[in-house]
Design a protein around this ligand. Structure first.
Ligand SMILES: C[S@@+](CC[C@H](N)C(=O)[O-])C[C@H]1O[C@@H](n2cnc3c(N)ncnc32)[C@H](O)[C@@H]1O
Length: 258
């Protein structure tokens, strides 16, 4: 946070993050009270601060203020169904040539983590996200509000039943839901020419079905792969991997080229 970037002296805007050591909270209102583990903060005190300033709880405990970033979001999102991990989101963005103005359909909103990341990167585009369970859609909506994202259009319903009513075409469609392979013909219809389809599935058998469904539906440049992230712990005695469960899901990426 240097003067050059303007962050040290610039006034805060929402959402923002307050932190002390490894503890942090996302704040997205200047009204009311916020309860931390070290006391209560009067949120109206925040609005005249600059990034780098401190705010005190009623117990006198100090938190510093910094700008919000989506990496803060992954730590703080409300948890529902298992979200896609950042490593896999990175692959989706990199392998599909996502642009700031992309139109995206995310099938299986779940906790909304993937939708949030995609909407954040596609500032001039939008994400239509579809979830069949009302309770999960509610969790995702709270997460979108927390992250201050406005370019996400949430639909509550079964994508198999409502796909015919979607009249726009997309640059990217992601399927992270049951029976993904059965939706592939419809996904092809909903894609723009040159658009990408990504199927994310934790099971290798289902991934194989998705691969062949994409092949049979004339998708091009199909790749099926897994991204593995191994964390390391560095101690005085030496360095060793600390990741116990490294598998999250398999990705199949293909392109509609007519
Ligand atoms: C693993 S979660 C998705 C997680 C999400 N990608 C994230 O990053 O938070 C799968 C979700 O798909 C939803 N789902 C399954 N079949 C669906 C369908 N036919 N239409 C809409 N949503 C569906 C489930 O209810 C579940 O919430």
């Amino acid at each position: 946070m240097t003067e050059k970037t303007g962050e040290a002296t610039s006034k805060v805007s929402l959402p923002l993050v307050i932190f002390s050591g490894k503890t942090s909270y996302i704040i997205n209102s200047f009204e009311g009270e916020f309860h931390t583990h070290k006391g209560v903060i009067d949120l109206s005190k925040l609005k005249d601060l600059n990034y780098g300033d401190e705010v005190e709880t009623h117990l006198g405990f100090k938190f510093k203020v910094r700008p919000f970033s989506l990496s803060d979001f992954f730590k703080h999102f409300r948890k529902g169904p298992t979200p896609i991990m950042p490593k896999d989101i990175g692959a989706i963005i990199a392998f599909t040539g996502l642009r700031p103005d992309s139109a995206i359909l995310d099938c299986g909103t779940g906790s909304g983590v993937l939708s949030a990341y995609l909407a954040y990167f596609c500032r001039d585009g939008f994400v239509v996200t579809v979830e069949k369970r009302k309770d999960f859609a509610k969790i995702a909506r709270k997460n979108f509000e927390l992250a201050g994202l406005k370019n996400i259009h949430q639909i509550v319903g079964d994508i198999f039943g409502l796909a015919d009513s979607i009249k726009i075409k997309f640059d990217l469609i992601v399927l992270d839901m049951k029976d993904d392979d059965k939706f592939i013909p419809k996904a092809r219809e909903l894609l723009k020419n040159s658009g990408y389809l990504v199927v994310y599935n934790p099971y290798i058998d289902a991934t194989r079905d998705a691969y062949f469904a994409m092949l049979n539906n004339n998708f091009q440049d199909i790749e099926s792969f897994e991204i593995v992230k191994i964390d390391y712990e560095h101690k005085r005695a030496g360095t060793r991997p600390s990741t116990r469960v490294w598998h999250s899901g398999f990705l199949v990426v293909g392109r509609k080229i007519d």
